[in-house]
Ligand binder design. Structure first.
Ligand code: SME
Length: 150
């Protein structure tokens, strides 16, 4: 598992350093989705004024939540606080905006630049309590890599 995080981080570093095109965000969500079985939906939301707008995503289904107000849902909470949100059981979190019936847990990692939240990585899992400190640290690194490309 540890190897998988390292290999994925390396792949994403390559995408970001070598890819000058506009496909970076899509390529990154694709690699995250393909690399971990428990990452069942991976999206990147971008902050536009007081709204989060879905930029790129990969998963079996599209979400109806393509725009989320800052402060609303788990995504909007993370955007407002600038802190990572890990929800082990989405059915027990009142803030949770449901997208897929199969989702059991969720992680949202803000992407910050000069202390401002400019976007976030949002991952849904069909596995209960799928996300731990390793995921948090790993996704924080990916968010740091992405902040110059948003
Ligand atoms: N569940 C999120 C909404 C986005 S979907 O998971 C793709 C939330 O509560 O903000």
């Amino acid at each position: 598992m540890f190897l998988n995080y390292r290999v994925t981080e390396k792949k994403i570093k390559e995408i970001i350093t070598k890819n000058k095109s506009t496909t970076i965000l899509q390529d990154v969500v694709d690699v995250l989705y393909e690399s971990f079985e428990k990452y069942n939906w991976v999206g990147i939301y971008l902050v536009k004024g007081d709204v989060l707008v879905l930029g790129s995503w990969t998963g079996k289904q599209a979400t109806e939540h393509i725009k989320i107000s800052i402060g609303k849902g788990v995504c909007g909470s993370a955007a407002r606080s600038g802190k990572i949100e890990v929800v082990a059981d989405v059915s027990k979190d009142d803030r949770y905006l449901s997208c897929f019936r199969s989702t059991r847990s969720e992680i949202v990692v803000p992407i910050t630049k000069e202390r401002k939240v400019i976007g976030e990585i949002d991952i849904d899992s069909d596995v209960p309590a799928a996300f731990d400190k390793t995921d948090e640290k790993f996704l924080e690194k990916i968010a740091d890599m992405l902040c110059q490309h948003i």
